[in-house]
Design a protein around this ligand. Structure first.
Ligand code: IMP
Ligand code: MG
Length: 180
């Protein structure tokens, strides 16, 4: 049974871009691939970037097969707008001591790359032995911009919602990813 009924898209959602089935399959693949590049001695911290990565990180850690601790940061840049303000603030976290630990940053989507360009050096300053990034979606807007180690899908340039992604707080709960 498809959970992505085309007839029931909430206005102003226009088109399903990635179905819940396609997302689930890709997240399983990522979980397997990422697990292979860490070992127990890395003492991995999986760091979800709230709020957008909430669905992705929850599914990803359940597809990973190695010991890890889960932590979060809250980063804001957009406010209510559809355009990145470029003004990135870390408003919460991490709570764990990252010194000597491998950190996997889990991000929903890379747009301008400003969030990750700001966040990753801060985590290195906190003493992480290694910082890698997995982003579910990448818009590839800026050539030579931030390149995550793992990417789920190349995304269209349109504004996307669902599976954690919001517009002004709405649509995070949609099980699929859609364009507005
Ligand atoms: P960046 O700093 O410009 O790369 O933007 C990254 C952040 O902006 C992401 O973590 C999202 O929270 C948000 N963002 C970027 N593009 C979209 C989109 O299409 N829909 C919803 N949020 C987005
Ligand atoms: Mg985000």
């Amino acid at each position: 049974m498809s959970r992505d009924p085309g007839h029931a898209l909430p206005s102003p959602v226009r088109k399903v871009v990635f179905t819940s089935e396609a997302i689930a399959e890709r997240v399983q693949e990522l979980g397997r691939e990422i697990s292979r590049s860490y070992s127990e001695t890395d003492r991995l911290v999986v760091l979800g970037v709230l709020k957008g990565s909430v669905m992705f990180v929850a599914d990803l850690v359940r597809a990973m097969d190695l010991p890890l601790e889960l932590d979060f940061v809250v980063v804001s840049s957009y406010g209510g707008s559809m355009v990145s303000s470029g003004n990135v603030t870390v408003r919460y976290g991490p709570e764990l001591d990252l010194r000597g630990r491998a950190v996997l940053v889990v991000e929903d989507i890379v747009d301008s790359g400003a969030t990750l360009s700001e966040l990753v050096p801060r985590l290195e300053q906190l003493g992480a032995s290694r910082v890698d990034v997995v982003a579910l979606l990448h818009k590839r807007l800026v050539s030579g911009g931030f390149e995550p180690r793992w990417v789920g899908f190349d995304a269209p340039k349109s504004f996307l919602v669902g599976y954690g992604l919001d517009h002004a707080g709405a649509f995070r709960h949609l099980p699929y990813i859609a364009s507005l």
